[in-house]
Design a protein around this ligand. Sequence first.
Ligand SMILES: [Zn+2]
Length: 214
Amino acid sequence: MNIIILGPQGSGKGTQASMLAEKFSLEHIDVGKYLREAAKLDTPLGKEIYEIINIKKELVNDRILKKVLHLKLADLPREQGIVFDGVPRRKDQMEYFEEALREFGRKIDKVFLINLSENESVKRISLRRVCKKCKMNFIFGKNIRKNENCPKCSGKIIQRIDDTGEGVKKRLKIFREETLPVVEFYKNKGILEEINGDQTIEKVFKEISNKILC
Ligand SMILES: [Zn+2]
């Protein structure tokens, strides 16, 4: 079984992907995580990725994403199911993503789109805090309180500039526009499931699990 979880920031897609990986014994493919891992490798690709993400501080291009995806797929036995976390999210990514899957004899069984309303998105993201010094993330009221410093390094706790209302709305809009062709593609294949992401983590998880089982 191969599934894709898509959702905007704050939709909890990463959490859902790791819970699903555990419940259904799937490999959790988080491209962002692989890039950070690949950047530590002493290979030409590893060095190239390291330079882009740590020195130039830019987004990696599709050529690199494609290579990383290939390496990961080549590494997994074909019978091992996968949950893809947040990819493909744009049309061009989807084209080489589908091509790579075909090459490795895989096909996507279901795509879950976790929808999040503007209000809920703003509400969730406005609670995000980050340590100015060690960059650790926190949720205000949950693991950090008012006037508290970082429990790890005593650094100052701040809110990212783009984690405010306008920034959140803008990111949601970009997400919708970018993913629209991907969403349409899987909808036409009849394998797209839309999930209400305004619900609790547990409810979203139950809904997705039920749809996988049926
Ligand atoms: Zn800190």
